[in-house]
Design a protein around this ligand. Structure first.
Ligand code: ADP
Ligand code: ADP
Length: 234
């Protein structure tokens, strides 16, 4: 079963061929690692999948349908949520954690904003509970640690019931202990059926977490398989 199917996707920037016919499939509940040296095309592939740019050629299907988002909000609405490397791209300073968790109206002409504070907390509560953020609902989002802010962004992404969750270098701003805490969380949400595309340059994480790994090099995908990992036997 495949939820996301990338087929022969190419992207050129002027004379630069950032992606050259990349194909990959992602199944529900699978964690697919994406690795590659600087310049290999990782950011470009994420941009295509998150709706930030369009492929020059090739196609993407999501749950069997053509996936051609007109922009990031369209990609999100279709079921692809992306948590960017720079977490602060995903939080709105000056707002509380509760408000950040319920940013439905964000970027859509503000239509979601005519709701009371109590209503926002009510909607944020179950999302916060899942992410261990209940105690922080009224805190300004910038008062949280990097991992706390990341939990906000990931929790909001999950609250939208994504088919595909893209995590771009999610541990790059975390301490070692925080990174260790994130990995089981990612397995857990894969266990709930979310397909995860996990981009990292940390091979130990990729090895511990991913079911399969795609290596990008010079804009091309080369698929490899990770060694069997104990968690499936436990
Ligand atoms: P990675 O994320 O793996 O480092 P990128 O997708 O950022 O790789 O880059 C792939 C190639 O495309 C590189 O040669 C990079 O310089 C080029 N590239 C990426 N974005 C742009 C852009 N907006 N304009 C021109 N070239 C770009
Ligand atoms: P990373 O690989 O860690 O995502 P990069 O430094 O490769 O970061 O790229 C950062 C951003 O700059 C990406 O969005 C990428 O698409 C863009 N970029 C990379 N190379 C170029 C380039 N030559 N011209 C314009 N934008 C680029």
């Amino acid at each position: 079963m495949t939820v996301l199917s990338v087929s022969e996707v190419s992207k050129t920037y002027g004379a630069t061929r950032a992606l050259r016919g990349v194909s990959l499939d992602l199944a529900p509940g699978e964690v697919l690692g994406l690795i590659g040296a600087n310049g290999a095309g990782k950011s470009t592939l994420i941009k295509v999948l998150s709706g930030a740019t369009r492929a020059s050629s090739g196609s993407v299907r999501l749950a069997g349908r053509p996936f051609e988002p007109s922009g990031p909000l369209d990609a999100q609405a279709a079921g692809v949520q992306t948590v960017h490397q720079n977490i602060d791209d995903g939080v709105v300073p000056g707002m509380t954690v509760a408000e950040n968790l319920t940013l439905d109206g964000f970027g859509r002409g503000g239509s979601g904003w005519f709701v009371t504070r109590g209503r926002i907390r009510e909607r944020a509560r179950p999302v916060a509970a899942d992410a261990g953020l209940l105690a922080d609902l009224d805190a300004p989002v910038e008062s949280l640690s990097p991992s706390g802010r990341q939990r906000v962004v990931i929790a909001r992404a999950l609250s939208r019931a994504p088919k595909v969750l893209i995590l771009d270098e999610p541990t790059s701003t975390l301490s070692a202990a925080e990174a260790d805490a994130l990995l089981p969380r990612v397995r857990e949400l894969a266990g709930d059926g979310v397909a995860v595309l996990y981009v990292s340059h940390r091979l130990s994480e990729i090895e511990a977490l991913c079911d399969r790994v795609v290596v990008l090099r010079d804009g091309r995908a080369r698929r490899t398989f990770t060694a069997p990992v104990d968690r499936h036997a436990v």
